[in-house]
Design a protein around this ligand. Structure first.
Ligand code: SAH
Length: 225
């Protein structure tokens, strides 16, 4: 079973995303174990502070290294971790191929940054990989960690009901998904393409592939290279 340890200043931020739908079901089915660690529990300060002013001056606070080191060292004393991730706007942009790889890992830690980020020595000496969820700046790594967890967990075999369905999603074959329809076959005079009603699996598969290619050329020409 995969184990994800998330180190955060705001564990409650995960209540919503983790207690519904696919992630909730994956936890119930023992496909993944998710542990939230409140970084303040590792602070030696009597006010449980974990941040301080940067030496460089300028605005904003930085997360201090001691509580983070204490938390990560504690976790590492319990088991071996494949990867210790840090959420960072200058990290590797998350994409489907890397998420496919990460879904095979056993034990991972995700450290969520906050304020202006963490003391650089954390990144140098504890973090093994950094990821970004897009070229924009969030106020904290929590949403990024939730995005990562959602995208990884749905790839673990047996999590999605229909095992094939994760493989038929956009990006899995370097193409975006084809258009999809459900009943009714006609609404307001707008008809579902005839081929989908034909019951001919070969024709349907060809049509879907063709549509995927067409769509990828128009919407994501960058994927066609
Ligand atoms: N000073 C930093 C930004 C701090 S934002 C800089 O200029 O790079 C606060 C925290 O939110 C970051 O430390 C990081 O952990 C998280 N974060 C912000 N944007 C993110 C993104 N696009 N992807 C992943 N994590 C992000």
């Amino acid at each position: 079973m995969m184990r994800i340890d998330i180190i955060t200043l705001f564990p409650q931020m995960f209540d919503g995303p983790f207690s519904h739908s696919i992630i909730k079901r994956a936890v119930e089915k023992n496909k993944v174990e998710i542990h939230l660690h409140d970084l303040r529990d590792f602070s030696e300060d009597k006010h449980r502070r974990v941040d301080d002013y940067p030496y460089s001056g300028g605005g904003g606070m930085l997360m201090r290294i001691e509580p983070i080191a204490k938390c990560i060292d504690f976790l590492k004393s319990q088991r071996i971790y494949d990867e210790i991730f840090y959420t960072s706007p200058d990290g590797e942009l998350l994409d489907q191929p890397s998420l496919n790889k990460y879904s095979n890992l056993q034990n991972i830690i995700i450290l969520c940054g906050h304020y202006k980020g963490v003391d650089e020595r954390v990144r140098e000496h504890y973090i093994t990989k950094e990821f970004s969820i897009g070229n924009y700046v969030l106020s904290g790594g929590e949403l990024a960690a939730a995005v990562f967890t959602d995208a990884v967990v749905r790839l673990i075999p047996g999590v999605l009901g229909d095992e094939m369905s994760a493989l038929s999603d956009s990006f899995q074959d370097g193409l975006v998904a084809p258009p999809a329809y459900t009943r009714p076959a006609e609404f307001n005079g707008w008809r579902v393409p005839d081929v989908l009603l034909s019951g001919n699996y070969k024709l349907i598969a060809d049509w879907r592939l063709e549509e995927s290619i067409k769509r990828t050329k128009i919407r994501r020409p960058d994927l066609m290279e």
